[in-house]
Design a protein around this ligand. Sequence first.
Ligand SMILES: Cc1cc2nc3c(=O)[nH]c(=O)nc-3n(C[C@H](O)[C@H](O)[C@H](O)COP(=O)(O)OP(=O)(O)OC[C@H]3O[C@@H](n4cnc5c(N)ncnc54)[C@H](O)[C@@H]3O)c2cc1C
Length: 230
Amino acid sequence: MRRLAFGPEEQFVRDLGLYASIFTVPNRLNLDYSGRLFSAPGTIAGVYSARQNREARALMFFDGDFGDCDYRDVGAQKQFVRQRFAGQGWHVPQILADMEFAPDFYFDTISQVVIERWSRGRVALLGDAAHCASPLSGMGTGMAVVGAYVLAQELNASPDNRQAAFANYQRRLQPFVDASQTLAHKAVGGFVPKSKFSIWMRNLMMKLLPLLPVEAMLKETYAAANAISI
Ligand SMILES: Cc1cc2nc3c(=O)[nH]c(=O)nc-3n(C[C@H](O)[C@H](O)[C@H](O)COP(=O)(O)OP(=O)(O)OC[C@H]3O[C@@H](n4cnc5c(N)ncnc54)[C@H](O)[C@@H]3O)c2cc1C
């Protein structure tokens, strides 16, 4: 729909330089409502338990260059994941072996969508299609649901003037979207540490977390989440 009304996605999609792949694996580590992560420079492999621990999801985040990512070519995407994690220790070889038999497979770039105007004619964009902030913001679901609510409110307030409703919807949501997209931009550098030293620093910070002023550290996240009132 967006391509039809707004043109090719290349104009709007901003690649943040990372990839994510997620798939179902057996819960081999007997994880009990928990997860584990393994980092090497430029990659994170993780597993967390799912469905009351009956199964697990593997979670791979990594940098690299897949070129013009074909979102239909699952074989090439799996090959890229295998290549990026080749030679790693921990449970990575088993995770890669399980990937071959996974009943599902998610692969995508970590990207944002930036469009100046979210409506054109009778079409208004909502959620990720209008303003994806990427998984790194942690705000995508909130923006999609709150955006739907605000759009409904505005259509209800201006039933005979769709253009005014669309404009008001974007005006009210934009600060929330901008703040959420900024969160992801700030997170991208540290999300997948690129050197052994940064991995060490990240691990140290995790250990010190109980002693750190977490409320103060999350100030920007709270500010983004409260950047709209409905
Ligand atoms: C790995 C990952 C982790 C995330 N973590 C978080 C998090 O912790 N917190 C958070 O808030 N957000 C998170 N997000 C973001 C969140 O999932 C999205 O922002 C949110 O789902 C966007 O909602 P949406 O309705 O706009 O799009 P979607 O949830 O993508 O829904 C769009 C729907 O449209 C369907 N569709 C597509 N094309 C067509 C078509 N032509 N015809 C019919 N149907 C179609 C799709 O199948 C899909 O079901 C994460 C995202 C990812 C990828």
